[in-house]
Write a protein that binds this ligand. Sequence first.
Ligand code: IPE
Ligand code: IPE
Ligand code: MG
Length: 233
Amino acid sequence: MLPRHVAVIMDGNGRWARKHAVGVALGHRRGVEALREIVRYSSDAGIQVLSLYAFSTENWSRPQAEVGALMRLVEDFFVSEIEELDEKQVSIRILGEIGALPDGARKAAAAAVERTRDNGGLQLNIALNYGARDEILRAAKRLAQEAAGGFLHAAEATREDFERHLYTASQPDVDLLIRPGGERRLSNFLLYQCAYAELVFTDKLWPDFTAEDFKEALKAFDSRERRFGGREA
Ligand code: IPE
Ligand code: IPE
Ligand code: MG
């Protein structure tokens, strides 16, 4: 079966750059190429939601020049890709607090979201200044505000009430999480939504990751038996 929601931690750009003796910015640029291919493939394959981890709340701690290069790439991506994405009926959502991004990146992202709002194809989530702990805390605060305002009985709050305040509101849970780049960890990505996700780790560095590798991961997913705590069928 095809997963409804695929999440990807796009990792390994820095090591790719080191391996090829080029600057880290070029590694990130090659990462965007890989991203393009995976978005195109997912859209054509009929995947419902694709979530891509582009910049974490922790990534601000990197050297300023690298952060700057990443933000320019974010801006370029939205400006140069929007036409094709819109044509393919892709609908873009940003996961994370984009208010903290530099003007150019923030405006380009917001414009892309606005323009593709009503599209009915692939739902493309780009995680920018995203951290799962911040997301969960933000949802908890909003729920608390609803209760304080008398809109909700705190003691009777349901999971659905809570999930409405996540960035992924109304989208299905992550079915498959893919992490290239060799690390075996989640690095604060979609911790709530990945409760029952199947995890696929590969040593391929993200800039080398192709549609073929993505297909492999889909195949691995297809062979997994998901039990959700129950008994095997
Ligand atoms: C992932 O590649 C891209 C971002 C975090 C923005 P890295 O830059 O983390 O690559 P490595 O882990 O150093 O190889
Ligand atoms: C996760 O990769 C964040 C993104 C891919 C955007 P990192 O490279 O930041 O994660 P760690 O530091 O290896 O956990
Ligand atoms: Mg990394």
